[in-house]
Design a protein around this ligand. Sequence first.
Ligand SMILES: Cc1cc2nc3c(=O)[nH]c(=O)nc-3n(C[C@H](O)[C@H](O)[C@H](O)COP(=O)(O)O)c2cc1C
Length: 183
Amino acid sequence: MKKKPVILLGVTGGIAAFKAAALTSLLTRVDMDVRVIMTKNAAELVAPRTFQALSKNPVYTDMFSGDSSAHPHIDLARQCNLMCVAPATANFLGKAANGIADDLLSTTVLAFTGPIILAPAMNEAMWSKPAVKRNVKTLVKDGFLFVGPETGRLSCGDSGVGRMAEPEQILQKIQDVLSCIKS
Ligand SMILES: Cc1cc2nc3c(=O)[nH]c(=O)nc-3n(C[C@H](O)[C@H](O)[C@H](O)COP(=O)(O)O)c2cc1C
């Protein structure tokens, strides 16, 4: 990989979406090119413009806007070396585990052939739910890579498992996986 690695960062509608902005900043600081896809719910929590400013690239939220390409899911999938979804909501995990493609991010996951790292984040009760556990098991079996979740204070005020891994930890995982692709 002679050129800058191109990272496709998926941001879903978890409260930890603000930490994905810090991750974007870290990735650009280590000279990676970051393309961001946000779900509609993520864009309710953090403005796409934040990611646009930090990545210096357009942010993609819509399959059918036609702004950048007629087939954004295919073009983005082809342009990137690695995909990372942070935070990954319970909803996103369920869709990815079942091959559901009902928005730009979930469709791009299906079109992408490289490594995909997931950083789940949710309330402990959600993370412990049998349906979520089943989906995680399926995703591991299907070759998705995971970082976190961690134990700690959750945004709802509880403490427990479900906190998204810190941006530095996710960056490290991305660098580790990229070094495996190179060698
Ligand atoms: C303030 C707020 C915070 C939320 N945080 C989370 C979260 O951390 N994890 C999660 O799985 N869902 C969370 N949700 C619920 C998701 O936004 C909801 O399940 C949504 O359908 C996810 O859509 P997406 O996966 O397409 O982004 C939150 C909702 C709100 C209103």
